[in-house]
Design a protein around this ligand. Sequence first.
Ligand code: ATP
Ligand code: MG
Length: 503
Amino acid sequence: MANPLYDTLFGRHAGKTTAFLHLEGGVTLTHAGFLGRAARFAHVLTGLGLKPGDRLAVQIDKSADALALYAACVQAGVIFLPLNTAYTADEVRYFVTDSGAAAFVCQPARRNEMAPVAKAAGCQLETLGTENDGSFADRATSASDKFETVARGADDLAAFLYTSGTTGRSKGAMLTQANLLSNAQTLADLWRFTARDVLLHALPIFHTHGLFVATNVTLVAGGAMIFMPKLDIDRLIDRMPHATAMMGVPTFYTRLLDDARFTSETAANMRLFISGSAPLLAETHVDFETRTGHRILERYGMTETNMNTSNPYEGERRAGTVGLPLPDVELKITDPKTGAILPDGEIGSIEVRGPNVFKGYWQMPEKTAQELREDGFFITGDLGRRDADGYVTIVGRDKDLIISGGYNIYPKEVELLLDDQPGVLESAVIGVPHPDFGETVVALLVARKDAELDLDQITADMAASLAKFKQPRKLIVLPELPRNTMGKVQKNVLRDTYRDLFH
Ligand code: ATP
Ligand code: MG
């Protein structure tokens, strides 16, 4: 029976003894071995009483089994709902309750801590560890490694993925089989993934980047992954000569560049480096090319849509841009107030439409109606512009836009100038309440290793380069910027910290 997502990602590898996951300690799991494990897990799911369309909440460490659980859900028609392993029991309570999960799989060591959460949500609790341990793994031992794939349609839900919560409370994005499948196929094509590829995978798998972009693209192409539990620069450098491609957040690239052992030699076997989830500094792009000869390919996406734009595989990978809309994605830049399409070069709301765009936020009909237009365009919440030749540049989130004395200030414009100042490693520009202007500009700066920042000089330079209303009223040096697990700068945390600066 048909199950397009299962059939395309997993089913067609049935019986193949080709490598799928290269794990720590030199162990390799074949496609067939992985599918057998997934089938056993699918039996466990049905044994627990889960029916197609039920949600399985999962908060477990990254491992082959964690990925097999995703495959099992797809095969059994259960909606997969992975959660950030950093979430506390209180945070998890919201997700498990909100999603109406029928069962919750947690780390074995946190069973006692999570028991009240499962109880409050009225769902079953199971555990799954990384070493074939936990109650879920125990149930799988006697299960068959063949499972009759449950029929599903392209429009059926495959996953609930909660957004990263960078701008507020995380929202549950409902993703269909077709959402995931279309994007995986488009990206695998665009980035030329084949069965010969070996992807260096050090991203978490509770987020769209590591779970859908990295894993689904590899599965569609039939390639393998070097599957690391987490980012470990030593391991990354050690394994890179055995890989052909890597996907990372910008921090991966800055950390590699910080390490003198990372050379063009290390990257000699690689054909592609991809970055996303947060803006890659143009400088990182340039430094990376100088060091390795590779131009990082930056792309742009989000939980609700998977990927929307990408720099080209062949053709110019333009630093500081997120490239062109994907072949099956329409993108427009609109006036945030009226929704009217803006001419090329003007900054406005980025809206996207395509087979990748989600069904809506779970149990948030109002929010869905605000952001997902009836004609299918999704208002991403990001601001950007498109150049005449189609390249899209993101200037920030609409929630980060600063309005001072009635003027709009795009933090990115100021940040780019600050980043160019001597000794500045990176910067974040935010708006804070101001009695006269409503809001005013504050800049947080991080210095390079061993550099002293000359704040007077920077202030003078800003005054020379920027209109008065855009100039930071205050420069503050921090040891580092607050970031969440996906490497995103948490501007809401900064805004909270400095809200009383001018009061
Ligand atoms: P929340 O929606 O809960 O506030 P979030 O938007 O950070 O959290 P994600 O869906 O994980 O949650 O992230 C998507 C966002 O990440 C995009 O809307 C965009 O702001 C940012 N992003 C992704 N890729 C890039 C990129 N290449 N350059 C700049 N920003 C990016
Ligand atoms: Mg978002």
